[in-house]
Design a protein around this ligand. Structure first.
Ligand code: DAH
Length: 371
């Protein structure tokens, strides 16, 4: 029912309070139905138009009609009603106009001299940023990107990578196993992957050579956190399998990648190492980016490379023929190389970070420096 202004016979405070309450209830109900700017204008005119609006009507019907004695009190009540009408209708205006700047300014509701609300832009996390950078170096060489699950089976994390059950090389990766799986055969037991190498196996199972992939991702080890260890970290794995791939290809590819990541003046060196899934295996070292490979800086021994001039960065090698046996590749026809690098390690060197925990503490003062 639409509200009409009642004439008053009784001008007592009690009656006035009742009439004002009815008016306000009607006002609120009408304000709530407004859904557009056009509807708001109709509402405004109905309540606030100069001669015919409800506000003018209560002035006439209540205030002017009141006996002289009651006038001060009626005046106060009518004024109260006026403020409420203005408050409701002007407040609704911003909403109905969707707060366009012009409307807000016309309504004098916006003080453009006040400082604005600052909405800080988020920044890419330094680890994601570094991981993307590494991946893009290899994408530019024609590699595609593969991902795999973080909860792996023993088979993919170890066995198919040529870590036989009970092989001592398993102990080099302190593994977090999912509990209560003793009843399952070893190869089916679940664990948190300790490296991204299982994605190599998953890729070769579904793709025939030629294969060129990088596999970025999160890995887990049962390591206590300190300045250089974290139970969660990230790796980027690489795999290239084709006919006639040689150790020269591996060297050329990784030398290029290190120059792309650390600058064209870095040198690389391949140092004999051991991984069950590569033969031969190597650790890649780069010339120390802090002392230029000299081993000395600021008149003393370089602490970053312990005066050796070299920094060890990643593992690599030629895929062991045994691994091809697990994925149905013909080891007589194909050859390939693989590598795996720690993203945190690379980020630490690139950005001069001295504690790996900074990447995981979520301190905005640290993180926003990478924006
Ligand atoms: N998976 C090894 C690790 O986490 C890193 C690695 C070394 C990956 C040599 C490889 C590789 O693909 O060929 O320690």
């Amino acid at each position: 029912m639409t509200y009409t202004v009642p004439k008053l016979k009784d001008f007592s405070a009690e009656t006035l309070d009742k009439r004002v309450a009815e008016l306000v209830a009607a006002l609120e109900a009408e304000v709530n139905t407004v859904a557009s700017e056009a509807e708001w204008k109709v509402l405004r005119d109905r309540w606030m138009a100069r001669k015919t609006g409800i506000l003018s009507q209560i002035n006439e019907a209540w205030l002017k009609a009141a006996p002289a004695k009651a006038k001060p009190e009626v005046g106060r009540k009518v004024n109260e009603a006026r403020l409420l009408i203005e408050h409701h209708i002007v407040g609704k205006r911003e909403w109905a106009a969707k707060g366009t700047l012009r409307d807000l300014m016309l309504g004098e509701r916006l003080d453009i001299t006040l400082p604005g609300i600052r909405r800080p832009l988020g920044a890419e996390h330094p680890i994601i940023k570094t991981m993307n950078e590494i991946v893009s170096v290899f994408r530019n060489l024609g590699y595609s990107v593969e991902e795999g699950p973080e909860i792996e089976t023993d088979y993919y994390n170890f066995e198919a990578l040529n870590f036989p059950p009970n092989h001592p090389a398993r102990d080099t990766q302190d593994t977090l196993f999912i509990a209560n799986q003793e009843s399952k055969p070893l190869r089916d037991r679940l664990l948190l992957r300790t490296h991204t190498s299982p994605v190599q196996i998953r890729t070769m199972e579904k793709m025939k050579p030629p294969v060129r992939v990088v596999c970025p991702g999160k890995v887990h080890r049962n390591d206590a956190p300190d300045a250089t260890h974290s139970p969660i970290f990230h790796q980027v794995e690489g795999l290239a399998v084709d006919t006639n791939i040689t150790f020269c290809d591996l060297k050329g590819t990784l030398d290029h990648a290190m120059k792309a990541l650390f600058g064209s003046s870095v040198k690389t060196r391949f140092y004999p190492s051991y991984f069950p899934f590569t033969e031969p295996s190597a650790d890649v070292q780069i010339s120390c980016i802090f002392c230029g490979g000299t081993g000395y800086r600021d008149g003393g021994r370089c602490p970053n490379c312990k005066a050796s001039g070299w920094i060890e960065l990643l593992g690599c090698g030629m895929v062991d023929p045994n691994v091809y046996g697990f994925v149905d590749y013909d080891a007589r026809k194909v050859s390939g190389f693989a590598f795996g690098m720690g993203v945190e390690r690379i980020a630490i060197l690139k950005y001069g970070v001295d504690d790996i925990q900074l990447f995981f503490n979520g301190d905005v003062r640290f993180l926003e420096q990478f924006g």
